[in-house]
Design a protein around this ligand. Structure first.
Ligand SMILES: Nc1ncnc2c1ncn2[C@@H]1O[C@H](COP(=O)(O)OP(=O)(O)OP(=O)(O)O)[C@@H](O)[C@H]1O
Length: 249
């Protein structure tokens, strides 16, 4: 995409957090439509907080895949995926579907499950799935929403690397824009257009993936740095040596 295009979403010195607690103070960020954005940073850096902030601003445009899946354990895979479009049907249709799946959604969900490799599990309660199968079910529910933008909070954390690539490709195929939090640095470089890095509540990295190497991403994680550096990291600071741009200037 062209960097000259007008930003699609801009945060300009916005405080993001939870209630009175500001986690990401004065965050400035622009996103372009069509971008595949990887969101990296150590635990507690604010990735989920940023995703929540984007989600609140994009509302109906977003297919949302939360970190802890948000699945109903007692219901089958089919019903959990169907829930992605619960509001599109009447209460009566939803109740009926619970007892006896409606033909068209069953077919649609079946096709989706085939692409996710869980077609044989459609009738199985989520409580009896593995972590990776639950993850694919949660992605399936988000894909079933058929929204243009995918926001995912570590949606490929519980699957093997090959599966992760396949799932990311599927997400790409079905959304024009995505912002995905993840911890797999290699995937961030190989699969995404742009990488955002958070540390200590600050956006310290914002660069095209093609301009980054693994060492740039390692620098986001205090535990990956030598002990002498870790002491210095007590104070939040940007990373001047890293490729970094702000606000699509
Ligand atoms: N609902 C909440 N209410 C208050 N504080 C919260 C809430 N959720 C998260 N926080 C705090 O906000 C900060 C950032 O958390 P966040 O979940 O955004 O980090 P993260 O980068 O997504 O971490 P992880 O990789 O562990 O999921 C943390 O200090 C956390 O304790």
């Amino acid at each position: 995409m062209s960097s000259a295009a007008a930003p699609w979403l801009t945060l300009d010195a916005v405080d993001l957090g939870h209630g009175d607690q500001v986690v990401l103070p004065r965050l400035s960020l622009s996103l372009q439509r069509g971008e595949r954005v990887a969101l990296l940073g150590p635990s507690g850096a604010g990735k989920s907080t940023l995703l929540a902030g984007l989600r609140a601003r994009l509302d109906d445009e977003v297919a949302w895949c939360p970190q802890h899946h948000g699945l109903v354990l007692g219901l089958a895979v089919y019903h959990n995926i169907y829930m992605g479009r619960l509001t599109e049907h009447s209460a009566v249709a939803n109740l009926w579907n619970l007892v006896r799946p409606l033909r068209r959604p069953w077919q649609e969900v079946g096709e989706l499950c085939a692409r996710l490799g869980i077609q044989d599990l459609m009738r199985r309660p989520v409580a009896r799935l593995s972590g990776g199968q639950r993850q694919r079910t949660a992605i399936g529910r988000a894909l079933y929403q058929q929204r243009p933008v995918f926001l995912g909070d570590e949606p490929v954390a519980s699957v093997d690397p090959h599966q992760a690539l396949r799932l990311l490709a599927l997400i790409d195929d079905t959304h024009d824009t995505c912002v995905i939090a993840l911890h797999q640095r290699e995937l961030a470089l190989s699969h995404f257009d742009r990488v955002l890095g958070l540390r200590d509540g600050q956006l310290v990295l914002d660069a095209p993936a093609a301009e980054l190497g693994l060492a740039d991403l390692d620098a986001l994680y205090p535990e990956a740095r030598p002990p002498s550096d870790v002491e210095d990291s007590a104070r939040p600071s940007p990373m001047p040596s890293m490729p970094c741009y702000r606000g699509q200037a």
